[in-house]
Design a protein around this ligand. Structure first.
Ligand SMILES: [Zn+2]
Length: 334
């Protein structure tokens, strides 16, 4: 039995609410909307994270339009199971299962990785000319933004149609974006705060802009953004066993104190010397980067942790759990 479901057309979900449509599925599901010309196709990925339904809702809205496309369009609905946990569309992953955007690895070992591999093998056979992955986020302090897996001309041109900022993420995370970037022009949009009307609206606009830019719909010739690019991303994590406190000064009984207003640094240009927190050791952080270390980005003097480079932090969220599991990223201006 297939680990994902394939559906021809959208009649099974047309006219349904997001919840109703979700419950017609019991595994990751791929929808095919045939276009005039089958020699080319695009793939749009939604709901890789269960609490990020903006792309899924954009897909449902798009399905209602019953548009005719120049080429084939595929929509994938990824982490159906996480989204189905109550309260619906509020759980990123299924507890005990993997992050469904970290399982797109070359040699699958776990059940989730095998599901991803089976889907990836299917995507491999499609005559893709473009890929769009739609996400949303929890941090309320940041605007919508773009993520790209490579910096070639086509990728840059495409993200310029979708986002004023773009972060190059090429860290072998096992994401679908990285996987698809090896095959086609691939971009990701983070559309806004999870389950907000703004994120849903932005996802739909992004989808339309993507279709126009890639030539699935007649190009409306809309203007591009003067996109600002960030690269040299590095991922850090706070070590699992480190006790963390949030304050405006060093807390004695905690291994790490982080500045209380850390999230105000999110997506801003942070100058060298800026205080990040307080600790007796930089060992509270780790990175799995092969060429760079924690010391390259942080200094420790008199118990004060400072940033040592001009960086743009990208915190998914500044909660302790997220900073330990998902980690946080530093980028640099291109
Ligand atoms: Zn996501």
């Amino acid at each position: 039995m297939s680990l994902f479901e394939y559906r021809e057309g959208v009649t099974s979900i047309c006219g349904l609410s997001d919840k109703e449509a979700l419950f017609t599925m019991d595994k990751p599901t791929l929808f095919h909307l045939p276009g005039e010309d089958h020699s080319r196709a695009v793939l749009v990925s939604t709901l890789l994270h269960g609490r990020e339904p903006s792309g899924f809702r954009a897909f449902l809205k798009e399905a209602e339009e019953k548009r005719s496309y120049l080429f084939d369009v595929y929509f994938s609905v990824g982490n159906v199971h996480a989204a189905q946990l109550k309260p619906y569309f509020n759980q990123r992953d299924v507890p005990g299962k993997e992050d469904f955007n970290r399982v797109w690895v070359d040699s699958p070992k776990t059940e989730d990785q095998r599901t991803a591999a089976e889907m990836a093998a299917f995507f491999e056979r499609l005559p893709l000319i473009g890929f769009l992955d739609i996400h949303s986020y929890i941090a309320k302090s940041i605007p919508p933004h773009g993520v790209i897996p490579k910096m070639d001309f086509k990728t840059k041109r495409l993200i310029q149609r979708l986002s004023p900022t773009a972060f190059l993420v090429d860290m072998n995370l096992g994401s679908l974006l990285e996987k698809m970037g090896k095959r086609t022009t691939a971009v990701l949009v983070e559309t806004g705060v999870n389950n907000s009307p703004e994120a849903d609206a932005h996802a739909y606009t992004s989808l339309q802009n993507f279709f126009h830019a890639i030539g699935i719909l007649e190009d409306s010739g809309e203007l591009s953004y003067q996109t600002k690019f960030y690269d040299r991303g590095i991922q850090f994590k706070i070590k699992e066993d480190v006790s963390v406190m949030w304050a405006t000064y060093k807390y004695k009984n905690y291994a790490l104190t982080l500045r209380e207003d850390l999230d105000t640094l999110n997506h801003t240009l942070v100058q060298p010397g800026r205080i990040f927190g307080w600790s007796d050791s930089l060992d509270v952080f780790t990175t799995n980067d092969l060429h760079r270390s924690v010391d390259d980005y942080f200094s420790l003097q008199n118990g004060i942790i400072r940033v040592t480079k001009k960086v743009v932090p990208n915190f998914l969220n500044t909660e302790e759990k997220i900073m330990k599991r998902g980690g946080f990223y530093f980028f640099q201006e291109v």
